[in-house]
Design a protein. Structure first.
Length: 367
């Protein structure tokens, strides 16, 4: 009876969603090019309302390359991850360093994921010692250009070459060591904060503009998977692994809300309305009390976004990336990290690490 009612709610939501959906289909410049979907759109074949300002793409040349036009020039799109809200770009003319020298992201919606400053030097052609790797495409027979992050090399070249500029390079991977010289031929890796559709996409939903005249986005067609209705069912049946899995689903939900709030983002998940009609907070808690939770180490994410070893850049609970100044809690023993907001909820209900199921029940004593 209860379940039937739920299905009815879900059905009615699906129907509203389908009728209000705009005719913006996924597209691509060719079979081997990246899939294009909101917030990107194909400028010459789709209406502007299919995308978000600054995310227009076009297809160029005989190979139908996907091109992103930034204020400083045109870039070929190598890949897009709609979950992590990242894009990999390169130079369609195979001279990325030339583009890097004039790159200015300040008026674009994008920013670097791992930005690293490189010093560029312009040397007369006979300066080729030290095994430095010249940047071929902006050097010629009369002069040689180098890019480096090494203070030693900067000191060396400063005396003999012309300093061009110190340039922020949105690199593909973080550099943990100095780069003696680089021809900078890897892709540039950029991310976008707005519109924040990553959580929606990761749940299998579709993100669109709420209306033509606003910049607010809305999440449609989120599949039923991971809904708290399941949590309630499992919790009623009993404890154990299935219950925990569903609580994790519930947490993803809660944390998604926290995250989108944190992003000052007004996107609304349609199904959240439904979720408030079901699943009261389970009372079968076998979690930790607040003082035990508080005794687990907390760290503030730094600009380098570096966390201790088993972790990457994404919170496994809410699937959004850590940002500088966010508070992260790490589990004793296994050192798995999570947004404190996300994992505290979990620990109140479960005494285990959400990733490895280690029991952190013997917390380090509070000093
Ligand atoms: C970028 O591509 C557009 C065509 O889509 C062209 O009109 C424009 O001149 C190009 N800009 C640069 C800097 O090459
Ligand atoms: C996007 O990134 C996430 C997290 O790194 C990864 O799990 C996922 O497979 C990526 N998606 C694509 C399409 O590459
Ligand atoms: C980038 O562009 C903005 C706006 O056009 C300008 O204010 C800023 O100085 C530029 N930054 C650099 C490093 O050129
Ligand atoms: C390097 O210097 C030469 C000679 O002054 C100049 O023609 C060339 O444009 C410079 N290259 C760069 C990348 O600044
Ligand atoms: C190098 O400089 C010489 C003399 O200034 C000039 O004739 C020649 O064209 C230059 N070579 C290149 C590749 O620019
Ligand atoms: C939004 O704009 C597109 C074309 O620009 C138009 O076809 C569509 O009807 C508009 N939708 C609304 C809700 O105004």
């Amino acid at each position: 009876m209860d379940t039937a009612f739920l299905i009815l709610i879900l059905l009615s939501i699906c129907c509203t969603t389908l009728t209000s959906a705009q005719p913006c289909y996924k597209s691509a410049c060719s079979r081997v090019e990246p899939v294009i979907q909101f917030p990107f759109w194909l400028k010459h074949s789709q209406p502007d309302s299919c995308g978000y300002p600054g995310f227009g793409l076009s297809c160029h040349g005989p190979t139908h390359q996907t091109i992103l036009t930034l204020p400083s020039g045109n870039f070929s799109v190598q890949g897009i991850n709609y979950t992590t809200q990242e894009i990999w770009i390169n130079d369609p003319n195979n001279c990325l360093p030339k583009q890097i020298l004039s790159l200015n992201l300040s008026t674009s919606p994008f920013l670097g994921v791992f930005t690293q400053y490189f010093a560029f030097f312009n040397c007369s052609f006979h300066y080729t010692k030290n095994g430095l790797k010249p940047i071929g495409c902006i050097s010629d027979g009369n002069y040689t250009v180098y890019a480096t992050t090494s203070f030693k090399v900067i000191g060396l070249l400063s005396g003999v070459c012309d300093f061009i500029a110190m340039v922020p390079v949105p690199a593909e991977l973080p550099f943990y060591e100095e780069v003696v010289s680089s021809d900078l031929d890897g892709d540039l890796r950029l991310k976008w904060e707005e519109p924040a559709c990553g959580v929606c996409v990761s749940r299998g939903g579709q993100c669109w503009l709420k209306s033509n005249s606003s910049r607010q986005v809305e999440c449609f067609n989120v599949p039923k998977r991971g809904l708290p209705s399941g949590a309630r069912y499992a919790i009623t049946i009993g404890a154990g692994v299935p219950a925990s899995m569903c609580i994790l689903g519930l947490l993803c939900f809660l944390c998604g809300r926290v995250t989108s709030f944190r992003r000052r983002n007004s996107n609304r998940v349609r199904l959240e309305g439904a979720s408030s009609t079901v699943a009261p907070r389970p009372t079968v808690a076998v979690g930790l009390d607040q003082s035990a939770i508080d005794s687990f180490p907390k760290v503030v994410v730094g600009e380098s976004l570096r966390l201790p070893r088993p972790n990457d850049h994404t919170c496994p609970i809410c699937l959004s990336e850590y940002k500088p100044k966010e508070i992260v809690r790490s589990m004793p023993e296994c050192e798995h990290c999570f947004h404190a907001d996300c994992v505290d909820e979990w620990l109140r209900l479960n005494a285990t690490c959400p990733v490895c199921r280690n029991s952190p029940e013997k917390p380090h004593p509070v000093p």
